[in-house]
Design a binder for this molecule. Sequence first.
Ligand code: FE2
Length: 291
Amino acid sequence: MDRNTAPEAARVIRSLRGMPASDGAGVKLTRVIGNPELDMLDPFLMLDEFGTDRAEDYIAGFPSHPHRGFETVTYMLDGRMRHKDNHGNEGLLVPGSVQWMTAGRGLVHSEMPEQQEGRMRGFQLWVNLPASAKMTDPRYQEFAPDSIPVTAPARGVAVKVIAGVVPDAGGAPVRGPIEQPATEPLYLDIALEPGAEWAYALPDGHNAFAYVFEGDAVVGEGDDARPLATHELGVLGGGDLFVVRGGAQGARLILVAGRPLREPVARYGPFVMNTREQVMQAFVDFQEGRF
Ligand code: FE2
């Protein structure tokens, strides 16, 4: 192999665990990105993991609230959540489904559990939009579990491709259904059997992270290999080849990457703009019913 062109393995340049948080009308969750320890990872503004069997932790849901200037991505693992917005859009998120919502210039919506008991588990990721797209029309990309492709690129490895492209075992591209040219996101749900290994070339120049939500995994190669335990996030760097191996119990993790926007970020709650003035304007527009 030509050492000059061999892709370098990415390593975990930083690892952290999320912090307990409460949002909406009192939903208990873990804030993994968007906390004092990791403010953001351009273009990702926030990552929340929610996971509980206790109805009192989620039942209050997320009543009516606005968003402007970015995208919210909800990936359900367990449970059912109904969303409704002020433009007449409504839908039910079921286990394994994904909703990629481009808030753009703004909408007001609610996200409420459609169950009284049982398990609720999943992720919400916030993805920033560039200045040129912050005031676009709101848009939904919503996919049922059976319309999200799953591939087995290596033995003991199953990859659900929500966004981005993954070569299957024969090298043919498997494409996720989400389209977002602004940040060209990658969003994979990876299941590894114990000891199973996979190497994947990350999109060039993207910021990337891996978050383990079941079992444990080892990320990186040789001396740079590092274990990630359940509920541990690894920020990746130093190379574009993501090399991962399932631990003794196997693992399930999300691998997320996006092209950084490198723009100023002015955020206040559900409004994420480029300047403070634009955030103030968002407040005024929301209060005057222009969402
Ligand atoms: Fe929301």
